[in-house]
Design a binder for this molecule. Structure first.
Ligand code: GLN
Length: 544
């Protein structure tokens, strides 16, 4: 039977609860304990698929096609597992399920209430993941902050779990923030005391408190939290801000958290081995020469919108022992005259996924710049559609080629709705989602990157390459280096007369791992690192 680690957050949001949950996965896995993870999101959307990136950051897609919170990406990268739809639970899903049961008549005669019906449904989701994953430990992160009205049912559900599955099988970890007062030069514990009080009020006594802080935490502060919050002294864990998120498992391990969890849950642990992770962090923290990569997107003001893309770039750079200097370029800035000056220092250009017409012309300009100046280009989903539009405009000598997403009446709809999307009215969960196979063409950049001929990649799109234009663009130098096994869908395309201009209709960023970069990102960075920036001097002596 699985044991459960429940993680709640206090004081403020955005203190790294997700990274902490993921890191707990890393340190348990380093002891050969099998782990799975689940995120509970209190909002009423069924999934974040319909949310603007400005509201929610990136939508992470699982292999089985669930649109989920970006924390699932952190769990996958830190625990090195592929999660499934069961790992993402929202209030919207819970209420939909309860109401569907009510309409079916499952509760005939009964009054449907938050307690017990909604709570029971939530607990079912915990048990479903435990059952499906067969993990020894299931880590469950409650989104939001203790005290939020929306979060109450989740907290009640995790409270009941201690009674349901037994005291020794459940652990509560509370992640808080200790603010620093400049005037008195001290970190303060009162907000933490209050949030623990709030937890206790609903019947949860945390076993461990993880204190995030930007400033060192003295022993006196630990004593105080231990006393007022009634947790063992060694269960008050300081987590200072670190330079890379990948350092968090090491900091927590150093503080004794791994052993503490093993003891408290009486887990069957092996000797821990974090050597690979330590090596990863050592290499990440060593100075490395940066590569300038321009990320041209719609939502660059909020970096979380491209969380997995940014991580995948860092993983790839590390592979080549280089660092990434990411130039965040709002695509609209490339729409005005002279905008391309922003790209001048870029050694590689990446255009990530996105929806809607805003900023598209700027992205197309970036693709023109990459093609004409032979700058390595990696297009992800929308980035592939942009590359196709740009190339078609060049080949046809017209500004009219477009995607019907942006211009429904274009005479050259080089990107058009997928056949199965015609007639789809509702927006939620109706895209082409999750893993689909892709057959690679020998001799292409894509095939050489992957080193295999059949791959499965995660999708999230409604539009696709329009086959009517396939032959014409091929003659002009576009190579369809990855296609669906029946040949109907273009999955990867690249340009023959370009050092490395490769795009894919899927999202490779979701599959990248810190110690195992995605092949397309790895090769993109591999080529970009040798591009000389404008004004940069080649290293001497020059090789012949
Ligand atoms: N908007 C495009 C489509 O729906 C691209 C989607 C994406 O980049 N994820 O096909």
């Amino acid at each position: 039977m699985s044991k459960y680690v429940f993680i709640t957050g206090g004081v403020v949001s955005s203190v790294g609860k997700g990274i902490t949950a993921a890191s707990i996965g890393t340190i348990l896995k380093s002891r050969q304990i099998t782990v799975s993870a689940q995120k509970l999101d209190p909002y009423l959307n069924v999934d974040p698929g319909t949310l603007s990136p400005y509201q929610h950051g990136e939508v992470f897609v699982t292999q089985d096609g669930a649109e989920t919170d970006l924390d699932l990406g952190n769990y996958e990268r830190f625990i090195d597992v592929n999660l499934t739809a069961e790992s993402s639970v929202t209030s919207g899903q819970i209420y939909s399920a309860v109401l569907a049961k009510e309409r079916r008549g499952d509760f005939l005669g009964g009054t449907i209430q938050v307690v017990p019906h909604v709570i029971t449904e939530i607990k079912e989701r915990f048990k479903q993941l435990a059952q499906k994953s067969q993990a020894e430990v299931v880590i469950i992160e409650v989104g939001g902050t203790v005290g939020d009205i929306e979060g109450q049912p989740f907290l009640e559900a995790i409270r009941q779990m201690r009674k349901d599955v037994g005291r020794d099988n459940v652990l509560y970890i509370h992640v808080t923030f200790l603010p620093y007062l400049t005037s008195t030069q001290e970190v303060k514990t009162k907000p933490t005391q209050h949030s623990v009080n709030e937890l206790r009020r609903i019947g949860i006594q945390p076993d461990i408190i993880i204190c995030r802080s930007d400033y060192p935490i003295s022993e006196g502060i630990r004593d105080k939290i231990s006393l007022f919050c009634d947790v063992d002294r060694q269960a008050v864990i300081a987590l200072l801000t670190v330079s890379t998120i990948y350092e968090v498992p090491l900091v927590l391990e150093e503080a004794g958290l791994g052993q503490l969890i093993v003891d408290k849950l009486s887990l069957n642990a092996h000797q821990r081995d974090l050597s690979q992770w330590q090596e990863l962090v050592r290499r990440l923290e060593a100075p490395r020469e940066p590569i300038d990569i321009a990320l041209v997107g719609k939502y660059v003001e909020l970096k979380d919108s491209y969380f997995s893309v940014r991580e995948a770039l860092h993983h790839a750079a590390l592979y080549h022992n280089r660092d990434i200097n990411l130039l965040w370029i709002p695509s609209e800035a490339l729409e005005s005259d002279g905008g391309e000056a922003l790209l001048r220092s870029a050694q590689g250009i990446i255009i990530p996924g996105g929806f809607g017409v805003r900023g598209i012309e700027g992205m197309i300009n970036a693709a023109t710049y990459a093609r004409e100046n032979e700058i390595p280009y990696l297009g992800l989903c929308l980035g592939m559609q942009v590359m196709v539009i740009e190339f078609a405009r060049y080949v046809l000598g017209s500004t009219e080629p477009n995607s019907t997403e942006f211009d429904a009446s274009t005479p050259y709809p080089v990107i058009d709705l997928l056949p199965e999307q015609h007639g789809v009215e509702s927006k939620g969960g109706t895209m082409r989602l999750g893993n689909y196979p892709c057959q690679l063409v020998n001799g292409s950049h894509a095939a050489s990157a992957y080193g295999q001929s059949l791959v499965y990649e995660r999708h999230r799109h409604r539009f696709e390459f329009n086959n009517q234009f396939r032959a014409q663009l091929q003659e002009a130098g576009m190579v369809y280096s990855g296609v669906s096994p029946n040949g109907n869908l273009v999955e990867v395309c690249e340009l023959a007369n370009h050092p490395w201009m490769v795009s894919c209709q899927f999202h490779p960023e979701f599959g990248s791992r810190p110690n195992n970069p995605h092949p397309l990102f790895r090769d993109f960075i591999g080529v970009a690192k040798d591009v000389l920036r404008e004004g940069a001097q080649p290293a001497l002596p020059l090789s012949p």
